[in-house]
Design a protein around this ligand. Structure first.
Ligand code: FAD
Ligand code: MLT
Ligand code: ZN
Length: 487
């Protein structure tokens, strides 16, 4: 056992230190199976103090640290590189709900608590925690914060950033910042909390958080609606927003090709409509009460949509079971894409008014570049966020498609760039998009981010190779490896 590992064992207990290849394996590959890394050890501290002790030890040994929660990242953010130098720090043993305040409407949690457990704890306390995404059964609050997760309720409640009041963070040198405030107003200096949200483990290790709670939603109305195309979906979105306001809690778009793929690959999923549509939207309204009135409001809006030529057909859920069946269609997409083969995945956002034109222009461009390529498009339309996935032509050799993928990504992201959009709406940069950052971020943005990174992690030990590409930093003297690793 080398010195670093021996010291970590002393601080955390041998049982919370995984060193054998077999024990480490599940922590070294990402959910999509795209990245496989190596690690000196996987450590599982059981408290903030133990995280701090581990960080001090790793800093002393100049050992990189990769924080990991549920390991559901879609950008390879939680997978260490292949050098084998890194220590993977799993937060999963920090899994307590620390406090629920139903007067102040806040919940204080450890970073390793699984999102579904926070949703349940809120419900049991007569409140609602709105973050909701397909990985909610395994992703953790720390990962949700570090990746500033989005999901299906952003259009009403915002991303994880908007749901967070306070953070507890262990810095690269082991110091603990207790920023666990439940204050809704506090204008005493820079927004330190917001620096760490979305920092993907590159600025500090989040060990706790205070999150907002909301009034429970006792009434829901859910519909699966056939539309002609994204244009019609966007016009329907505007109509629903005008008529239903904040009652609109989900507006999930998918193309007919996406729907056909789901029905082909997902078990136990039925088409909720009489016929396969050109495109569809899963719509959900929710409110504190009066489910009948809510359902009538949704139906009246959809009838208006039919009259306006926006809606082809619609199935309105008659009960909770039907609503869950509609949601199962939507929630099957990620697994479906994995089963359908290696897709070139893109998680993009843009001004909502640019979406229809983006889809038309990008589809023409990718089809010209790769004949037979299959765009599988779905996403959170209300947030301007599309998951723009490209599958190989039927029967195409996966290796041949993989060779085309970088060029296709360049096309998709150039179309996004032309519309002042983002190449990562919610999945983060991780290692998937890090090399593209110099192309997509202004030099001053990279300079500011490198300065912050140098300030908080001067040795460059926190999640190296993720989010921020190597490059010159105004605070750090030029070193020969500025072209090798982010400082
Ligand atoms: P991990 O994957 O373990 O880590 C994610 C990143 O955060 C890594 O960079 C890691 O180093 C860092 N990190 C983790 N914990 C900490 C910590 N305590 N302190 C500091 N850094 C930390 N994402 C969305 O936004 N919207 C979606 O709709 C969505 N749907 C998904 C559906 C499926 C089926 C899957 C598999 C993923 C989906 N994701 C989605 C992506 C992913 O679930 C989210 O990014 C989630 O927030 C990651 O949480 P995690 O605990 O798994 O983090
Ligand atoms: C989703 O909205 O389902 C996720 O972001 C995951 C994905 O893009 O597959
Ligand atoms: Zn998503």
């Amino acid at each position: 056992m080398d010195d670093l590992v021996a010291e970590l064992a002393g601080a955390l207990g041998e049982a919370n230190l995984l060193v054998s290849a077999e024990e480490k394996a599940p922590f070294l590959c990402d959910w999509l199976g795209k990245y496989r890394g190596a690690a000196r050890a996987v450590i599982r501290p059981g408290s903030t103090a133990e995280v701090a002790a581990a960080m001090r030890i790793c800093a002393r040994h100049n050992a990189p640290v990769v924080a990991q929660g549920g390991n559901t990242s879609m950008s390879g953010g939680a997978t260490p590189d292949s050098s084998g130098r890194a220590v993977v720090l799993s937060l999963t043993r920090l899994n307590s709900i620390r406090n629920i305040d139903t007067v102040g409407n806040t919940i204080a949690v450890d970073a390793g608590v699984v999102l579904a457990k926070v949703q349940q704890a809120a419900e049991e306390a007569g409140r609602f925690f709105p973050l909701s995404l397909g990985a909610e059964g395994s992703c953790t609050i720390g990962g949700n914060l570090a990746a500033n997760a989005g999901g299906v309720a952003v259009l009403r409640y915002g991303t994880m950033r908007e749901l967070t009041l306070g953070l507890e963070v262990v810095l690269a040198d082991g110091r603990i910042w207790d920023g666990l405030t439940s204050l809704r107003k506090d204008n005493t200096g820079y927004a330190l909390r917001d620096l760490f949200v979305g920092s993907e483990g590159t600025l500090g290790i989040i060990t706790g958080a205070v999150l907002k709670l909301f009034a429970p939603l006792r009434a829901r109305a859910t519909a699966f609606v056939a539309v002609q195309d994204i244009d019609a979906a966007l016009a329907l979105l505007a109509a629903i927003r005008n008529r239903c306001g904040d009652r609109l809690t989900a507006f999930e778009f998918m193309t007919g090709d996406c729907l056909a793929l789901i029905l082909r690959h997902a078990e136990g999923v039925r088409l909720p409509l009489a016929a396969m549509p050109p495109a569809a939207v899963l719509i959900e309204l929710s409110d504190q009460d009066d489910e009948t009135a809510l359902g009538e409001r949704l139906e009246a809006t959809l009838i208006g949509g039919v009259d306006a030529g926006l809606v082809i057909d619609a199935a309105v859920a008659q009960d909770g079971m039907q609503a869950r069946a509609f949601w199962r269609v939507r929630e099957s997409i990620s697994e479906t894409l994995v089963r359908a083969g290696k897709a070139a995945k893109h998680d993009v956002s843009m001004p909502i008014s640019a979406m229809a034109e983006f889809v038309a222009a990008t589809e023409a461009a990718v089809r010209a570049a790769a004949s037979g390529v299959r765009p599988i498009v779905f996403g959170h339309l209300g947030d301007g966020n599309l998951h723009y996935n490209l599958l190989p032509a039927e029967g195409q050799d996966p290796a041949a498609f993989a060779a085309l993928a970088p060029g296709l990504t360049r096309i998709v992201h150039d179309e996004i760039g032309r519309r002042r959009g983002s190449i990562s709406a919610e999945h983060g940069i991780g290692q998937l998009r890090v090399d593209e950052m110099p192309l997509r971020k202004a030099p001053i943005e990279l300079e500011l981010m490198r300065s912050l990174k140098h300030l908080l992690d001067p040795a460059g030990l926190l999640n190296p190779g993720k989010l921020l590409p190597a490059g010159p930093c105004p605070l750090a003297p030029e070193t020969e490896d500025d072209h090798g690793s982010a400082r």
